[in-house]
Every structure is written in structure tokens, then in C-alpha cells.
Design a protein around this ligand. Structure first.
Ligand code: ANZ
Ligand code: ZN
Length: 817
């Protein structure tokens, strides 16, 4: 019997698919379209085991849907701007493009060898001029809509990468990329107004429920952080403007005994008196060095300084001191709070630290926070609370006080989001230049569309070394330009965009490769989108996956797309680990994908990944055996090469028992792939291979058409996971041209139907009917069938059934009233 030669098969079929354009969608409307998308890779080195897993999973879906008759678009490209290229270029004294495009070629070769069913004609790179031109065009549209703006603020700064970071890129107080502790810097930077879409980003999640993993939705919901509450104004002596605070508990206003302002908010510096200024400045210096995590920690001893001033509690006219303390953040709410120590633990800790009064205004559980040191929260009877006294639940307390504040012009009910605007400026070179010039006369002026792209100047090597200002600023010839409005001398903006901007719209571009009248043709997008299945890592839950939703909504508001959500289903594949730990250089437990493929072949590596467990779970390579996967594939190939019936053999004449196994397998494997249980689907195919082998070696024999039918389905089912061996099987079975363009079989219901059993129906011990029922029948179905039987009806003669005794599937006994 034959053996399949993995290396020869890989080369042969790779060449065939490319020549045949097997994976290019027809896009002619003859089939329903489906868009299957992987998160595109950074071109950092060659493909690794993690890529191999994610891309194998998405390919299962793409290949399966193709066989099911859909017109599948499964594109690939590269997220090719970014820091790694720049750092490599500094080291090697070259241009980042050299490293980038070399790595892209390496990865492209590996992708092709890995047998992924990509449509290569749609390939894109975000660092190509004809891509970033449209990133700039989109920036300009955002700018025109007031969704891109500049402001001064304290921003997250990575001292190692020498660039600012978005809030989403700060993980546990550290740079998401290099893990260096993030500090703060005051800078004038560009922002996208994602906060304007906070409510929609939250509300539209109902469209994603069921299609996206719950934990991703929960993470986005938390990150957006909706809080209902009120703005309340506190008058300050000697200041015209009141201080406005945001509170979720306006009903505790009678217990507000002091105020706290964020030390790094401009308000603090403005309020502080001359006597208190030196103490304040010292404190501010200390606070600036702290990370956000430290500031929000409940463990730390509270610190702060009195600003030397007082405010007036609007509901009782009481004078309360104003403090600055680091536990209040400058960029949440209004950067100022009313402190209610009895009912907020942070405030209570602070009050105890500095001897400030604690006043209980809600009796929650009979305890007094002033004594216990434990703040109470939740529902309870209001005490010492003016008009609220007598109420006993939070909802009425909050509603009542908001109504009062609004009537008195002292406050308003409001909704606050935790989400901040997206800081997009980066002080690095290898990114998309911000298409704006700065003119002394006209201010900031976007570069007109017909002058796009604003190309990167030719800088390389040491010129890219991080200096804290953008390397572009040193390209003085490039910086100097003329103002598009007044034609006077002007300067280019020298920052580049966060690479997450590039990846916020690439999936639209795939629909219109090479389109030169816009970022994409809305007609193309209308045909292909939303994406039917997106596959990628959960690490993007509040980064890319939030940003791309925001971009899509803006494009919708621009009239370019007609849906709210661009990705209907999301699969987060697990990680490939080794010996129980993430692969890393320092642990020396890395597994080289190329070597695995050299040894076992692409099919065996892919099969091992898919068979290892549910796609969402981490898989430990140390527990797996690509060698046994290869052995199984050889076994599968042999059943195909053993088939001894002609191609056009009449399968209906084949062995009935084997045919039943095959058709159950068709039904099960389809259902399992559709519900994302790829590993179980593989197990079913393995069972079918075993059954077929038994049939070949037993009484049935290789010439029985049922063996051909089984082997044919094995080839098709395997083709979504192990495409090369499947093509070899297809060929040895005498089919042409390619299993990848074959049609998935339909299970014959007559062959998949459960075996039937005769159920006896007794009434008062007498047999009244015998009914053929499925072996797995449930009690309610059995009863319905029995009651519909003429003999049973006659015997019951209109009496109701008082009791049912079931011994299914064989017997059902009815006791009438
Ligand atoms: C008075 C109060 C009384 C509060 C009470 C809570 C309980 P979330 O739910 O996260 O929105 N707060 C407001 N702005 C703040 C800032 N910039 N930094 C730190 N804390 C801030 O939290 C809202 C609550 O957090 C607000 O309601 C405010 O404290 C505080 F029994 O006001 B509260
Ligand atoms: Zn000008």
C-alpha cells in the first residue's frame, strides 16, 4: 500500500493552488459570500508556533465553508509599521524598511508552505505608500469631523522606547511592549475622540453577544466603564467658578466633610494658597513619579496636602476644606471629588490619616464607620440628610437629590465613562506621518488630499535613535514646507501615528485591493462585510478590538459603510506553551516551527494543533505527539490508496453498516466544525478511518463501494486541517482537480436516523398499542405519540391521564383518572 511523501506533496500542491488560484473568491454573486479573517501579523522574524495555531484554526473555518459552497474570502497582509523594525534598523545601521520587507518575504514563504488557503491577490502592507496614504486620508476626515484634536496633558511615557503610549498600552503600570515602568510627561499630543462613541461602543455590544467570547465583551464593558451619577457644584470663597465634582452617590452629599482635587490637575495648582504652595509643589513632584496602579492601590497609606482653602457644601452651607491627594485622578470625572468618609473607604482612610470629620448619613447595618474604620455602602435609612431623611433606599435617595440639585441649579444627573480619548501621536519614525502642517499664520492645517501621502523622509540607522522627540524633527528639509492655505513657510507635524491606527481599517482595504479613489470601494465592502469570522489573540481585547469598532462606527457615520459592527463572530485561540510555560528565550523552552515542519510535515503539525483541544484553550506542546499525527495521516492515506472500486461505483449498493458509520460521521463532523469543536471533529474522522480499515481488512473488502465513499469523506474532512495529504488522497481516489474545490457531502437522513425500537403502550396493564420509535426517544415525545394512537384513544375513552410510568424506549404505561 502507498505512503504519502509529505515534502513532495507540499511542493506539488502549493504550486497547484497558486497556479489554479484555488483560494481566490469568485465574487460574482453565484455563491453566498463569507469573509474569514485572521488578525494580520507583525513582520517580526519568521512565523512561530503561536501563529501556526491561530492561522490553522481560521483555515479550518475558511476551508470548511468553501467546501460547503460559500464564496470565501480569506486574505492576508502585514501590520508592518512599528517599533521592532526601527530598533532593528538602529542596531544594524539600516532602514527599517529593509528589515520589514525581508521579514515579510520570509513569513510569506512560511505561510505558503503552511498550506493556508489565503487569497494572495489581496495582500497588503500598512507601511506601503498606497496604504498609508489612506490612513492619512482617514485621519483628515476624522479631523474634519472634530474627532482628531490636539491637547496638552500629562501622558504615559515609556522611558525605554522614548515615546508616549495610549492608556490601552499601559498594562499594570508598564509599557505593553517592553514592560518598562511608565512615567508621566506633559506634552501636546494628538487624540482621537473615541469617548464620543463610548455609549455606542457599549450599546452595540448587544449585537456581538453570542458571536464574541463573553470575557472579551466584559473586558470592553469594564474598560468603557459606564457610571451613572451627578455633577455637583461647590462654591469656593474668593473664586467665581464653582468646583464641579462627579459622584455616583449624590445621595451622600450631607455626609461630604471635605473635598479632594487631583494634585496633577490644573485646578489644584490654581486653588493652592501662597502659604501652602511649597508643601503642594513638593507633593506634586512626588506624585508625578507614581504609576496609576500605585495611585489606585487601596493598600497604600493615604497621602495629601491641604490647599489652604475651603468650599461650601451646597446642601447645608457647611464650610469644608479642600485637599489635594493622589488617590484622585486628574483624568477621570472632573478630577475633583466630594469626600464622604462614612460611605467611601478611600475617603475614610484619608480622613483617619488627617483627622478629618466622619459623618454617617445612611444607617446601613447599625455600625458607625467613625468607630469601625469600615465605610458602609448600599441601601439603608437616611439620617441627618435634610429632605432625604426618612427614605430608605438608594434609588429613591439618588433620584430625590438629583431632582433637588437640578431645581436649585446646583447640579445635574450625568453619565460618566472611564474610557479616555485615544492618544495617537508617537515620537518614533517607522509609522504613518500625521498629515498636518503648522503655520504661524493659519495654525494647524491638514495636508490637502491631493498632496497625500506625506511620505516618510529617508532616515536610517543612528538617525532613528530615540531622543524623546521624534526623529522626524531632525529631518529639517522634510519638516520645512509651505502652508497649503497661505503658502507661507510652515512646518510639518513630526510625530507618527500609533500603529493601532493602521490596523483599525485594514479589513476594509482587503475588500478593495489596489483601489485608488479612496481607502476602499463602499460597494466592495457592502458585498463582503461584516466579517463572518474573525480569529486572533485575546491580548487585543481592549486595544485593536475596541479601536476597530470605533473606526467602523465613524466610517458608518461618514456614510461609507452601512453596519454598526464590522466583525460578527470572534474566536480567541489559546496559546501554544511548552512544558507548562509560555515559550521564551530565557526559559529555553522555545519550539521552532520550521524544525517541527521539517520533521513531521505541515499536515501533522496542523493536525496536532487542531486535535490538541478546544481552539480557545492553551496547548502544551510537550504533551503532544506530532509523530503520532503523522502516523495517523499515513493510515488515512492508506485507506484511500487501498480503495479498489471504480470512481463511478454505485455507493448505494455498498456495505450498509459502513455506510451508516460514514453518514453519521458526515453529520457529526459538520455539526462539530460549525460549533467550533474542531478537536472533536478530528476524533470523529479518526473513528471513521478505523472503521474503514476494519471493513477493508474484513469481510467487506477494498472493492466495496462503501469503502470508497468512506475514504472520500475522510479526504474531504481532513482537507480542512491537513490539506496536503487530503489532496494526495483525493488524487489517488481518482478525483480531480482538487479536494479544496470539492463539495462537502450531505448526510443521508435514512442512514443517520437513529435505530428504531418498538414501544409497547399499556393502559391498566393491558397492551393497547405498539409504536416504532427512535431508540433515544424522550418521555414527552413518547407520550405524545401514544396519545395520538387510535387504539390508545379508544381505550382512554376521553379520560385524562393521571400518571405515566415510562421504561423507555420499550414501554410506556398510562394510568387514567
Ligand atoms: C462621593 C461618594 C460617596 C462616592 C460614596 C462614592 C461613594 P466610579 O464608580 O468608578 O465611576 N471619584 C470621582 N472622580 C474621581 C477621580 N477623578 N479619582 C478618584 N475617584 C473619583 O466611581 C465614582 C466615584 O469615585 C465617585 O463617587 C467619587 O466618589 C469617586 F459613598 O463621590 B464618589
Ligand atoms: Zn498658513
Amino acid at each position: 500500500a502507498g505512503q504519502y511523501d509529505k515534502v513532495q506533496a507540499q511542493e506539488k500542491w502549493q504550486a497547484f493552488w497558486e497556479e489554479d488560484e484555488t483560494f481566490r473568491p469568485r465574487d460574482d454573486g453565484s455563491r453566498e459570500r463569507r469573509y474569514v479573517l485572521d488578525m494580520f501579523p507583525y513582520p517580526s522574524g519568521d512565523l512561530h508556533m503561536g501563529h501556526a495555531e491561530a492561522y490553522a484554526m481560521a483555515d479550518v473555518i475558511a476551508r470548511y465553508w468553501r467546501l460547503k459552497g460559500y464564496d470565501v474570502m480569506h486574505p492576508i497582509g502585514w501590520d508592518s509599521f512599528g517599533l521592532p523594525a526601527e530598533n532593528a534598523a538602529i542596531k544594524a545601521d539600516t532602514h527599517p524598511a529593509t528589515w520589514t520587507y525581508n521579514n515579510i518575504e520570509t513569513q510569506a514563504r512560511s505561510f505558503k508552505r503552511y498550506g493556508l488557503s489565503f487569497d494572495w491577490s489581496r495582500r497588503l502592507h500598512t507601511s506601503d505608500e498606497d496604504y498609508y496614504k489612506w490612513t492619512q486620508w482617514l485621519f483628515t476626515r476624522f479631523y474634519e469631523r472634530g474627532l482628531a484634536y490636539r491637547k496638552d496633558s500629562f501622558v504615559n511615557w515609556c522611558p525605554k522606547d522614548q515615546t508616549v503610549l495610549a492608556n490601552e498600552q499601559v498594562v499594570d503600570g508598564r509599557c505593553e511592549r517592553c514592560k518598562t515602568e511608565v512615567t508621566k510627561r506633559k506634552l501636546n499630543q494628538w487624540y482621537f475622540k473615541i469617548t464620543e462613541y463610548a455609549e455606542q461602543l457599549l450599546d452595540d455590544m448587544t449585537q456581538l453577544e453570542g458571536g464574541w467570547p463573553d470575557h472579551v465583551l466584559a473586558m470592553q464593558r469594564n474598560w468603557i466603564g459606564r457610571s451613572e451619577g451627578a455633577h455637583v457644584d461647590f462654591r469656593v470663597e474668593g473664586r467665581g467658578e464653582p468646583i464641579t465634582v462627579f459622584t455616583t452617590r449624590p445621595d451622600t452629599l450631607f455626609g461630604a466633610t471635605f473635598m479632594v482635587v487631583a494634585p496633577d490637575a490644573p485646578l489644584a495648582a490654581e486653588l493652592v494658597t501662597d502659604e501652602q504652595r511649597p508643601a503642594f509643589e513638593t507633593y506634586l513632584e512626588q506624585v508625578k513619579k507614581e504609576t496609576e496602579i500605585e495611585r489606585q492601590s487601596t493598600e497604600r497609606v493615604k497621602t495629601g496636602v491641604w490647599l489652604g482653602r475651603s468650599a461650601i457644601n451646597p446642601v447645608n452651607g457647611e464650610e469644608i476644606p479642600i485637599w489635594a491627594a493622589d488617590y484622585v485622578l486628574a483624568d477621570y470625572g472632573t478630577g475633583a471629588i466630594m469626600a464622604v468618609p462614612a460611605h467611601d473607604q478611600r475617603d475614610l482612610d484619608f480622613a483617619r490619616q488627617y483627622g478629618l470629620p466622619v459623618r454617617t448619613v445612611i444607617d446601613v447595618d447599625g455600625t458607625d464607620p467613625a468607630d469601625t474604620g469600615i465605610a458602609t455602602s448600599g441601601d439603608g435609612a437616611y439620617v441627618n440628610s435634610g429632605p432625604l431623611t426618612g427614605l430608605a433606599d438608594k434609588a429613591s435617595g439618588v433620584a430625590r437629590i438629583i431632582a433637588q440639585l437640578e431645581a436649585d441649579g446646583l447640579g445635574t444627573g450625568t453619565i460618566q465613562y472611564r474610557l479616555r480619548d485615544w492618544l495617537l501621536s508617537r515620537q518614533r519614525f517607522w509609522g504613518c506621518p500625521i498629515p498636518v502642517v503648522h503655520c504661524d499664520t493659519c495654525g494647524e492645517v491638514p495636508v490637502p488630499d491631493d498632496q497625500l501621502p506625506v511620505r516618510l523622509p529617508d532616515l536610517r540607522g543612528a538617525a532613528l535613535a530615540p531622543k524623546g522627540t521624534s526623529p522626524l524633527a531632525a529631518a529639517t528639509d522634510w519638516v520645512a514646507t509651505t502652508c497649503p492655505t497661505c503658502h507661507g513657510p510652515a512646518k510639518r507635524d513630526t510625530d507618527t501615528m500609533d500603529t493601532f491606527v493602521d490596523s483599525s481599517w485594514y479589513f476594509f482595504r482587503y475588500c478593495s485591493p489596489g483601489y485608488d479613489k479612496g481607502p476602499f470601494d463602499p460597494e466592495d465592502v457592502r458585498r463582503w462585510m461584516p466579517v463572518a469570522q474573525y480569529v486572533g489573540g485575546v491580548e487585543h481585547a481592549i486595544l485593536h478590538l475596541l479601536y476597530m469598532r470605533f473606526f467602523s462606527k465613524v466610517l458608518r457615520d461618514m456614510g461609507l459603510v452601512d453596519f454598526d459592527e464590522p466583525m460578527l463572530r470572534l474566536l480567541n485561540q489559546g496559546q501554544v506553551i511548552n512544558q507548562g510555560k509560555a515559550m521564551s528565550k530565557s526559559l529555553g523552552n522555545g519550539v521552532d516551527l520550521g524544525k517541527q515542519i521539517d520533521e513531521y510535515g505541515v499536515d501533522a503539525v496542523r493536525l496536532t494543533m487542531v486535535f490538541a483541544g478546544p481552539p480557545e484553550d492553551d496547548i502544551d506542546w510537550a504533551d503532544l505527539s506530532p509523530a503520532s499525527s503523522l502516523k495517523f495521516l499515513q493510515r488515512a492515506y492508506r485507506i484511500a490508496s487501498d480503495v479498489a472500486s471504480p470512481v463511478n461505483a454505485d455507493v448505494t449498493a455498498g456495505d450498509a453498516a459502513l455506510r451508516k458509520v460514514t453518514h453519521k460521521s458526515i453529520a457529526d463532523v459538520s455539526m462539530l466544525i460549525e460549533s467550533g469543536r474542531f478537536n472533536v471533529a478530528v476524533a470523529r474522522v479518526m473513528e471513521l478511518v478505523n472503521a474503514t480499515r476494519k471493513a477493508i481488512d474484513g469481510a467487506t473488502g477494498p472493492a466495496d463501494p462503501a469503502v470508497r465513499e468512506a475514504a472520500t469523506f475522510v479526504a474531504q474532512a481532513l482537507s480542512v486541517v491537513a490539506p496536503y495529504v487530503a489532496e494526495e488522497m483525493w488524487e489517488v481516489l481518482g478525483h480531480a482537480p482538487s479536494v479544496a474545490s470539492s463539495a462537502w457531502p450531505v448526510a443521508d437522513p435514512a442512514l443517520t436516523a437513529d435505530d428504531t425500537v418498538t414501544m409497547v403502550v399499556q393502559i391498566q396493564g393491558k397492551i393497547r398499542a405498539k409504536i416504532d420509535v427512535p431508540a433515544a426517544i424522550a418521555e414527552d415525545e413518547a407520550l405524545a405519540l401514544a396519545l395520538a394512537d387510535a387504539g390508545v384513544q379508544r381505550s382512554l375513552d376521553g379520560r385524562e391521564v393521571a400518571k405515566v410510568i415510562a421504561r423507555l424506549p420499550k414501554m410506556l404505561s398510562l394510568v387514567p383518572r
